[in-house]
Design a protein around this ligand. Structure first.
Ligand code: FAD
Length: 389
């Protein structure tokens, strides 16, 4: 088999890259370890930055997103018994859209397959060789046959646990946090029209939604927590305490999914090795407090598609040479913002009284100062794609 771009992984990064390349007449094959059903049902992120939505619209992928996505013009910060709205529309004139990652993935798969795109699900034993000049991806297809995919370049879009990053030895920056998120998906109509981030002495809580009848809620828990040890009643009680505010009553309902997600800041540098380009979670992980993971994956492949097209058409290497540095600037900005939100909102396990007072001071300043609130808003709605500060 031969294609121009061999893409490992059918998450948001791999699928969108395939779509962007196809629009410029570049062929690709996407190889995915899981089944189509599995990837379309995997509940993960749900906040789309403004530049993400603009890109999806520009490339014809936003029909359902525009119909079903929920546009938000702010978030609430709750602490010390008070509720404070950060008004994105007023501060930066832009907002975010709440639309589940699995919906983005469904739209991308449907668009690629409608277009005659080649996505191979349920592949296994993926290997990558020949990265200096003539890459070959080996894989076993769903039918059990061993295949070789020869390509001009490989895009490693296979997430944090994929195999692409292991094809070379990048420098790795890794920090794990002493807490995790217990996340639930509940059949309950949203109580509030925007996301609520709560800093409470018992720990952080986040209120969000995925649709008119589904809420997504999170509690800070110790990192080794087994989700099964929390009963639904305990979860609702704790959410009720941490999110409490005047006039706010949490709508409860059946819990349809429950899981614990660890928190880490991770970056692999550089994001390119010969003809291999890493994108998305394969190269970096952010703690989810800043809602940046999926948005970063999308920003990476936007830069990558724009770099690969001139390279594959007429050998222009300027874009591919700049790819890693361009992406890493945005990645580190998002790493900083996500770390900052995480540090401001979570309670350290040692309950250090100085740390607690510093947090509260930062929160009070963020909601009282227009300059500080604008900085949060600008980062949250997303800086424009391209070269970041
Ligand atoms: C459990 C979890 C919960 C999350 N929750 C949130 C959240 O609440 N909010 C938030 O903002 N962000 C969240 N994130 C982050 C966000 O979902 C990711 O940043 C986003 O999925 C990155 O997209 P991606 O395409 O780079 O990687 P992925 O979405 O991980 O896609 C990678 C794909 O590669 C496939 N793959 C892996 N190995 C191979 C292989 N060897 N061969 C072929 N295919 C392979 C995988 O099956 C997967 O489909 C969460 C992430 C995880 C893991």
């Amino acid at each position: 088999m031969r294609t121009q771009v061999g893409i490992v992984g059918a998450g948001p990064a791999g699928l969108l890259l395939s779509h962007l390349l196809a629009r410029s007449g570049v062929d690709s094959v996407v190889l995915e370890a899981r089944s189509r059903t599995y990837v379309e049902r995997r509940v993960r992120a749900g906040v789309l930055e403004h530049p993400t939505v603009e890109l999806l619209r520009e490339v014809g992928l936003a029909d359902r997103l525009d119909r079903e996505g929920m546009r938000h013009e702010g978030i609430s910060l709750r602490f010390d018994g008070g509720d404070h709205r950060i008004d994105f529309a007023d501060l930066v004139g832009r907002g975010i859209t709440v639309y589940g990652q699995q919906e983005v993935v469904k739209d991308l798969i449907a668009a690629r397959l409608d277009d005659g795109g080649d996505i191979r699900f349920e592949v296994s034993e993926v290997t990558i060789d020949g990265l200096a000049d003539s890459p070959v991806i080996g894989f076993t297809g769903a039918d059990g046959r061993r295949e070789e995919l020869h390509c001009d370049v490989v895009a490693g879009c296979d997430g944090f646990h994929g195999i692409s990053r292991g094809a070379f030895v990048p420098e790795v920056f890794d920090r794990q946090y002493p807490f995790a998120w217990l996340g639930i998906l509940a059949k309950a109509a949203p109580t509030h029209h925007e996301l609520v981030y709560a800093n409470h002495p018992n720990g952080f809580a986040l209120y969000s939604m995925r649709g008119p009848e589904i809420t997504r809620l999170y509690l800070q828990v110790p990192p080794d927590t087994d989700a099964g040890t929390w009963s639904d009643t305990q979860i609702w009680d704790e959410l009720g305490s941490r999110l409490a505010a005047e006039g706010f009553t949490l709508n409860e309902g059946p819990v349809i999914e429950k899981g614990v997600t660890g928190m880490r800041s991770f970056v692999a540098e550089p994001m390119r090795h010969g003809r291999l380009f890493l994108a998305g979670d394969a190269a970096h992980i952010v703690p989810p407090t800043g809602a940046k993971g999926m948005n970063l994956a999308i920003a990476d492949v936007h830069v990558l598609a724009e770099a690969l097209v001139p390279f594959l058409r007429h050998g222009d290497e300027s874009g591919i040479d700049a790819y890693s540095d361009t992406c890493l600037r945005r990645v580190w900005r998002a790493e900083h913002f996500s770390w900052w939100m995480t540090s401001m909102l979570h309670v350290a396990p040692d309950d250090d009284p100085i740390a607690r007072r510093l947090q509260l001071s930062q929160l009070r300043y963020t909601v009282a100062s227009r300059a500080a609130a604008t900085s949060l808003a600008e980062n949250y709605v997303g800086l424009p794609h391209g070269v970041s500060p």
